[in-house]
Design a protein around this ligand. Structure first.
Ligand SMILES: O=C(O)CCC(=O)C(=O)O
Ligand SMILES: [Fe+2]
Length: 199
């Protein structure tokens, strides 16, 4: 039980709302989760197809869900494994904060600064219109960039820290793109969990 109120930063932008909670998990707990997921998740390097060309994804991923619904993006279909006890605990912590139920978590392991996640929106049709996406980060801080599709001045960054929670809602996936760019800095690993709802 955390007796300190969690500090929330709310970014209200045209067609989007983001909420960032830096200390969602305290450092010690976040480090335990990092080590646990590093060892126990079924990490895979899948191939994606973009504009007819096939590439190795520049990070490792895994999919877990409370149902058997697959998740498809960039020409790739992932079949989920069933949630583990640790993933269920985090899902329940996040659900209490967001007041929304999730079915699925996509995990990303960025092995170093060369791993990345290119400009995209989480707008697959199985997520429904205007999905709520909750993203938990463990390990190395990485910069999360987001830009509006039509308003060029609307371009922002948030450093996603160890133990943080970022919530994306509203029309964000329709009007904005986001990415985790590569960095030339020599940095360690980062694990990210993005909770989604696929019914
Ligand atoms: O690693 C992150 O913080 C973002 C992950 C992401 O955008 C995704 O998996 O769709
Ligand atoms: Fe995303």
């Amino acid at each position: 039980m955390n007796l300190f109120p969690k500090e929330k930063t709310i970014f209200k932008r045209p067609n989007a709302e983001l909420i960032y909670i830096e200390n969602f998990y305290e450092t010690g707990i976040a480090s335990q989760y990092f080590n646990h997921f590093k060892q126990n998740i079924n990490w895979q390097q899948d191939h994606i197809t973009v504009f007819g060309k096939t590439y190795k994804q520049p990070r490792l991923t895994a999919l877990y869900a409370t149902n058997d619904k697959p998740y498809s993006y960039s020409g790739l279909t992932m079949q989920p494994l069933y949630f583990t006890k640790e993933l269920l605990q985090i899902k329940s912590d996040v659900e209490q904060e967001v007041m929304h139920q999730f079915t699925t978590v996509l995990l990303n392991l960025y092995r170093n600064g060369n791993d990345s996640n290119g400009w995209h929106a989480d707008n697959e049709k199985e997520l429904g219109k205007h999905p709520i996406i909750a993203s938990v980060s463990f390990g190395e801080t990485r910069s999360f960039h987001f830009k509006h599709r039509h308003i060029t001045e609307e371009r922002h960054k948030i450093n996603l820290k160890h133990g943080s929670l970022l919530i994306m809602k509203g029309e964000m996936q329709e009007y904005w793109l986001h990415q985790i760019p590569k960095t030339k800095k020599v940095i360690g690993e980062r694990i990210n969990l993005t909770f989604r709802t696929i019914l």
